[in-house]
Unconditional design. Structure first.
Length: 134
């Protein structure tokens, strides 16, 4: 899986694969983390694709994850865990931690009655600000 990611993303210098409890809960439930519910998601994480189940360690899993990460920096692996990438190990770890924090926040929001998504215009503004270095 790691090699497939490095092949697909020459900009990636580090890959972190882990099984954080809340993010893995989403993966086991085969549920996506909503991308518009937290202001941090558009900038820090971006999209969070859910990769269909493939056997751990298989070439099929590596290819599916690499494909999902072409336009994302983190992904959930159905019935398995999560993966995060970055130019450095510090950035990849930070993204994994942000993914787990987002998953926890969504779980708590759902306990309290459900998350409320940001408006599309607000998400676009956050994305522009992040790209501009704000």
């Amino acid at each position: 899986m790691h090699l497939a990611i490095y092949h697909a993303r020459p900009d990636v210098g580090a890959v972190v694969h882990a099984h954080p409890v809340s993010a893995t809960g989403f993966a086991v439930a085969r549920k996506s983390i909503p991308s518009r519910c937290l202001a941090e998601l558009p900038g820090v994480l971006g999209p969070v694709p859910l990769v269909a189940y493939r056997p751990p360690g298989s070439k099929a899993l590596g290819l599916a994850v690499a494909r999902a990460l072409r336009s994302a920096n983190v992904a959930l692996l159905a019935n398995h865990g999560a993966v995060a990438v970055g130019p450095t190990i510090d950035v990849a770890l930070q993204r994994m931690e942000s993914l787990e924090q987002a998953a926890r926040s969504v779980v708590v929001a759902r306990i309290l009655g459900g998350e409320r998504n940001l408006k599309a215009a607000d998400v676009r503004a956050l994305e522009r600000a992040w790209k501009a270095g704000a």
